[in-house]
Design a binder for this molecule. Sequence first.
Ligand code: FAD
Length: 285
Amino acid sequence: MIKEKYSQKTIFSCEVFPPKRNDDIYEIYKTLDEIKLLKPDFISVTYGAGGSNSKKTATIAAYIQNICEVEALAHMTAVGMTEESLNSILFELKKKGVYNVLALRGDKPKTMTDEEFEQRTYRYASDLIPEIRKNGEMFVAGACYPEVHPESSNWEEDIKYLKNKVDIGLDSLITQMFFDNSVFYNFMDKIRKAGIEVPVHAGIMPITAANQLGTSVKLSGSSVPNELSSIIAKYGHDPDDMKKAGIDYAIAQVNDLIKNGVDGIHVYTMNKADTTMAIYEGTFA
Ligand code: FAD
């Protein structure tokens, strides 16, 4: 279990997502075969509510756990989940030897109506946690937002619900991506003062193409520091230079976080082994 990985040192983990097309499953296995050489402390796999893609999460998590021999963290969302599907996913994961889950609320998938979203069985990530805990010993992580969750009206409210989520049974937290470390340090200050003591993994998204930044920011609501905007302005027109500059930016971010004693670094790999390996080389190696 991931629990055993924590020590004085910053731990290193990555995130992959299941491919949309069934045929592409071997592509992600190839990526994982490369990433596993870095001996990450864990690799997480995202979950999409609805559709056949949700089933791939357990399949890929099993590959990570049993073939790559790396701890797998399977994401699961309250959105689209019923009591039956929750228990069946947990049964499947445990059968495959996966005992680590990331409990999330999830966002409304495009295929879901507003009514279906509103009438979901489990409203928040915090509603999933006790249900997961009923299924025997599991490592349970949750998400957090250094720039406030987009639906929260203020910090106080967001931290109150985050603390509640941790108190009812989270072992660790993984942050939304952020590009400005001072934002993360302020957040850590706030949550530690609020009595949230579990390890926090800093989510790092390498921006390796100019058009990727807009999409990432739209999805996450993360702010973009001037330094990163200048990099895009300077290198955005040249894919190779942009990729190198984006990796260098992520390396500088990670090294600063390690220097400041962060519990964990969680790289959003976008299923790209070469980028992940370059970041690892410039930081942990
Ligand atoms: P919650 O903790 O439930 O919080 C959601 C909002 O509700 C917040 O504003 C919170 O303050 C508020 N809130 C919480 N509890 C209560 C309460 N009791 N009453 C009133 N308000 C409350 N999405 C996916 O679909 N699949 C994935 O695999 C996935 N992986 C992710 C991984 C990470 C590391 C992160 C940071 C996000 C991920 N997401 C994923 C996105 C996530 O599902 C969304 O950001 C979602 O909007 C919030 O999820 P949460 O678990 O943080 O929600």
